[in-house]
Write a protein that binds this ligand. Structure first.
Ligand code: NAD
Length: 274
């Protein structure tokens, strides 16, 4: 069972299912990335702020999987906003990853109080034209920031990466993305594990002969989100990817809708100031 690919608004294709590396230390990340690639993952999500880009690059090389078969995302650190800084920051990430290009480069947080994200984005537009990244996108952007980019720049972000899981379903932003041709990437797709004990999910797990984590990841896949759950445990790394051999019924998909609780397990972008 293959992982589906989603076509981004510039024609680049992204595997809908990948591996997240937040909170994996520089020491642990290499083995985790190698395990993920050996298990069949072909999409990795890292960031300058995770301080593990060297280990991610090393994991790719150790796996023996050709570079061009792996979709690599990294993100601009919060202290690197601005047109010129953005260009320098990606150069630094490429050196740490030991890659010639990344597949997707994201503004990690808009930090609207600094009012630099539009100039940063103009730097990103140059980076994609220069071939340093195949696509550019944003993360933690709200409706107002997407609107401002639309008015003050040329390239529509390929993705917006936002916190999204059964307890925070982001209906408004998902509709905005749909209208603007932006793909939705779901960070903390398992709510960092916090949502998995819910009786509705454990009940569905029993019904389908899967784990609650697999039920949640399958829900994301069926509603069209791009996901990259994180685990340091080889068994869970493999378990999380094993969601392409079953399908949730429409009624069961809809029942997960009832778990919306407005729960932020990470920083709320409306309040986050870096
Ligand atoms: P996640 O929702 O993927 O949860 C990871 C945690 O869930 C693990 O640490 C583990 O405790 C648990 N878990 C994983 N697999 C499990 C399983 N099969 N069964 C039971 N428990 C399991 O959380 P995350 O790591 O925060 O998010 C995924 C990725 O999203 C990150 O690694 C990172 O790449 C990205 N991310 C981006 C931002 C952003 O601001 N753009 C913020 C947070 C995360």
């Amino acid at each position: 069972y293959g992982v589906p690919q989603i076509e981004l608004n510039n024609g680049v294709r992204i595997p809908q299912f990948g591996f997240g590396t937040f909170q994996l230390s520089a020491d642990d990340v290499t083995a985790a990335v190698r395990t993920a690639l050996e298990a069949g993952y072909r999409h990795l999500d890292t960031a300058q702020a995770y301080e593990n880009e060297e280990g991610v690059g090393e994991g790719i090389r150790q796996s023996g999987v050709p570079r061009e078969e792996v979709f690599v995302t990294t993100k601009l650190a919060n202290d690197a906003h601005g047109h010129d800084n953005a260009i320098t920051a990606l150069e630094g990430s490429l050196q740490r990853l030991e890659l010639e290009y990344v597949d997707l480069y994201l503004i990690h947080w808009p930090l609207p109080n600094q009012d630099k994200y539009v100039r940063t984005w103009h730097g990103f537009e140059e980076l994609v034209r220069a071939g340093k990244t195949r696509a550019i996108g944003v993360s933690n952007f709200g409706v107002a920031e997407l609107e401002r980019l639309a008015h003050e720049s040329q390239i529509v972000p390929a993705v917006n990466q936002i916190e999204l899981h059964p307890a925070l379903q982001q209906a408004e932003l998902r509709a905005q993305h749909e209208a603007r041709g932006i793909a939705t990437e779901a960070w903390s797709p398992l709510g960092q594990g916090e949502v998995l004990g819910d009786p509705l999910l454990t009940g569905l797990a029993e019904k389908y002969g899967k784990t609650a984590a697999q039920i949640v990841l399958r829900w994301h896949v069926q509603i069209g989100n791009i996901v990259f759950p994180k685990s340091a445990t080889p068994e869970r790394i493999r378990e999380n990817l094993a969601v392409f051999d079953f399908e949730l019924s429409d009624a069961d998909l809809a029942s997960i809708g009832s778990l919306e609780a407005g729960l932020h397990t990470g920083p709320d972008p409306a309040e986050f100031r870096g």
